[in-house]
Ligand binder design. Structure first.
Ligand code: FAD
Length: 409
């Protein structure tokens, strides 16, 4: 089990500890977990993070729906510093894989023996014609938690009853496969509660999605007639946007929104491209045992930026991959082969405040990629009693408390 790959399993001989320098870029669920595990194993680690505080995406859809405060999503790095971990709050702007150095925005350079990149995603502005950074003000994505989350929440609050909310959802792969549908559910909850004459149109660039049966059954039960989901085969793919008029264009129709939420296609954070570890897909191919890049030696990539086979891009996955990667880096620095990993992911989604559903999977390395362990994992039962749904909603909150305490607490 993954939990066994904790700090206690990573002893390093003193000579290796003294020599090895590890730099981790990105202090999110992946990077902060990895840096902490490496530091606890006795390695000299520097964590480089662009922002002084981290704003978590999980449960941010509840903020959008007015059910939760931003404060509950925000975490600092003080505990990591108190533990003795070197945290540098500065953007990494360049990587020299041959010289093994990271260049910081202010011009400083950090040498490394092993580098872990966990930069998360960048939004692929320009992939949907008309959707650029300026358009994200008129049509927030809220796919990186922070001011965008608040912007979308406030747009919904300001919308008159009887308005139309339109969401655009990208094709795979993207951060948090069930996230758009959780968002649709919680926006529907907000509309039903506060603006019952309004409606929500979800324009989707695909025909199937994560936990689809569970989501659609819940929508029929809780929000009848409120959500219109338009799959790719019915013209759901948004081909352009016109921010000035709030219009989303598809091959079949033009939709004018009172509130538009455009979740654009994504790619690995820019520093991964600068390091030469992203391929033409925009994501980073890795070895599934060590998370070492397939394109550059001594650089490991974890979390959303990595191509992790069957594992979805989730905070749960990033946290799990970080532990495996830390163990692998420690082994490699000792001159040993990393252990074969087993990784777990569970993604909870809230359909309403007291209605949660989940999907879980177990993964192993096979044929150079991470694959599902057959028969392990699954989704919430389709016909569960309300008490079971309420319990899963409570589990979602408990998971968030546990993982954020593990990463930042
Ligand atoms: P991130 O958490 O994005 O961290 C990357 C960090 O790197 C950031 O702090 C960034 O500032 C930093 N960074 C980037 N570039 C640089 C640079 N050049 N220099 C220095 N620092 C840099 N996952 C779940 O498991 N459960 C959920 O319920 C869930 N719900 C979600 C809901 C929504 C609406 C969304 C959008 C996502 C959700 N996710 C959920 C997904 C989850 O947020 C991501 O999968 C997770 O954050 C990925 O972790 P990461 O470490 O790869 O990237």
């Amino acid at each position: 089990m993954l939990g066994l790959l904790g700090a206690a399993a990573l002893p390093l001989p003193a000579f290796a500890q003294a020599r090895a320098r590890v730099v981790v870029v990105g202090g999110g669920f992946g990077g902060a977990t990895c840096a902490r595990a490496l530091h606890r194993a006795g390695l000299a680690v520097t964590l480089v993070e662009a922002n002084p505080a981290y704003v978590a995406c999980p449960l941010s859809n509840a903020v959008v729906a007015g059910l939760r405060d931003m404060d509950a999503q925000t975490f600092g790095y003080d505990t990591l510093r108190r533990e003795g971990l070197a945290v540098v709050v500065e953007r990494a702007v360049g990587i020299d894989p041959q010289g093994r150095t990271v260049t910081l925005e202010g011009g400083g350079r950090l040498p490394y023996d092993r580098l872990v990149l966990a930069p998360g995603i960048d939004l692929n502005f320009g992939a949907v014609p008309g959707y650029d950074e300026a358009a994200a003000v008129a049509m927030p994505h809220a796919w990186k938690a922070g001011p965008q989350t608040v912007l979308l929440r406030d747009r919904l609050r300001a919308m008159p009853d009887g308005g139309t909310v339109v969401m655009a959802v990208p094709a795979n792969p993207y951060r948090c496969p069930p996230g758009p549908y959780e968002r649709a559910s919680l926006i529907a909850h907000y509309l039903k509660t506060h603006k019952p004459r309004s409606k929500l149109i979800v324009l989707d660039a695909k025909d199937v999605f994560s936990k689809q049966r569970l989501f659609q059954a819940a929508w029929a039960e809780l929000y009848p007639g409120l959500i219109e989901w338009v799959p790719q085969s019915s013209g759901g793919t948004v081909t352009a946007v016109e921010p000035a008029s709030g219009t989303l264009v598809t091959d079949f129709e033009r939709h004018t929104a009172d509130v538009a939420n455009v979740i654009p296609p994504q790619r690995a954070g820019a520093i991964a491209v600068a390091a030469g570890v992203a391929d033409r897909s925009g994501w980073c191919p890795i070895d599934p045992v060590s998370f070492e890049s397939r394109l550059q030696p001594n650089i490991h990539v974890i979390g959303d930026a990595a191509i992790a086979g069957a594992m979805p891009k989730s905070a749960f996955s990033a946290n799990a991959q970080a532990r495996v990667c830390a163990a692998a880096v420690a082994s490699l620095l000792r001159g040993e082969a990393p252990q074969l990993p087993k990784l777990i992911n569970t993604c909870y989604s809230l359909v309403a405040p007291d209605y949660g559903i989940s999907v879980a999977g177990v993964y192993r390395a096979a044929d150079g990629r991470l694959v599902d362990v057959e028969g392990a994992g699954g989704t919430s039962p389709p016909d569960a009693a309300p008490a079971v749904r309420a319990q899963e909603a409570a589990y979602a909150e408990a998971w968030f408390r546990t993982v954020t305490a593990d990463v930042f607490g």
